[in-house]
Design a protein around this ligand. Structure first.
Ligand code: ATR
Length: 273
């Protein structure tokens, strides 16, 4: 039996176990997915212990996504983002990947959203970095807007100067949102604004019908931003799709199988409702 898992602190609320186990069950894979909660300074050590115990794969969440870089060989994208959320123990040393970036792109593709043109990413933290690099890697022109303008500008410089990245990025403060959204094709909320609150990081008047809007927040599923976007005639993609596809991407990397996306989605949404 293969053992996969998640390290985070806290991890009690995680929906990854039912999501991944629904996938194993559907494909008849003999595996389990369990959660581990190492102490806050114990991320890298937990990864080394997991390798010794024969764990096949680990997902990594807050607060360990940066710390585990010390215990793995990160691939190019994870190194550029500066965060690892998926570890593959089939190599020595284990390899570190970031499936948040690809998960975002696959969530958009699932909704037939074209990954091209101009995108506005609101937020320049971990999720914002994954979104900016993931979209720029697909040749999208990215405008990053963040409450702390300097973080957006610094991230934009990193994205634009990265060798492997084909798109370009520009950083802004939140006050630029209306202007940069006017001719944008895509909007991603990568801030925590809207989580368990009826608040949007973007003024409703700035939204328009030519936009596709993805909110990385998934609690609630229908955020204020997505309600406003729907009212403006935009295509909307809720945060559970990104959560699903970062998991799908990890599942496929570990098992080498095409993930049963429908079964994993049902298990995830069953837990969210
Ligand atoms: P994550 O890993 O989920 O991205 P994070 O790294 O803590 O979490 O980043 C949180 C993001 O949400 C940041 O872009 C943050 O803006 P700052 O860089 O200025 O801190 C943004 N954010 C959090 N609370 C916010 C608020 N009330 N208004 C606007 N942006 C906010």
């Amino acid at each position: 039996m293969d053992v996969y898992g998640l390290i985070g602190n806290p991890v009690g609320h995680s929906l990854s176990p039912p999501m991944h186990e629904a996938g194993y069950e559907q494909l008849g894979i003999d595996a389990r997915y369990v959660t581990f909660e190492p102490p806050e300074d114990g991320g890298a050590e937990a990864v080394r212990s997991a390798a010794n115990l024969g764990v096949s794969g680990l997902n990594v969440t807050i607060p360990f996504k940066q710390d585990v870089l010390d215990a793995v060989e990160p691939d190019d994208l994870a190194a550029r983002i500066g965060a690892v959320n998926t570890i593959d123990f089939s190599t020595d040393p284990p390899t570190g990947h970031n499936t948040d970036a690809v998960g975002l792109v696959r969530a958009l593709e699932h909704h037939d959203v074209s990954i091209s043109g101009r995108a506005v990413v609101v937020g320049a933290g971990g999720a914002g970095r994954a979104a900016a690099f993931g979209l720029a890697d697909r040749s999208v022109t990215v405008d990053i807007a963040n409450r702390t303008t300097e973080k957006a500008t610094a991230l934009a410089e990193e994205v634009t100067s990265a060798d492997a990245v084909s798109g370009t990025a520009t950083g802004h403060g939140l006050d630029a949102i209306e202007e940069i959204l006017a001719d944008a094709d895509l909007l991603v909320n990568a801030t925590s604004v809207g989580m368990e609150e009826d608040r949007s990081p973007v003024p409703a008047e700035a939204l328009h019908g030519d936009l596709a809007v993805l909110d990385a927040v998934y609690s609630p599923l229908e955020t204020r931003l997505l309600k406003d976007a729907q009212a403006a005639g935009a295509t909307t993609v809720d945060g559970a799709w990104m959560l699903l596809y970062q998991g799908v991407e990890a599942f496929e990397r570990w098992t080498g199988e095409s993930a049963p996306v429908g079964a994993m989605n049902d298990a995830l949404r069953g837990g969210l409702e």
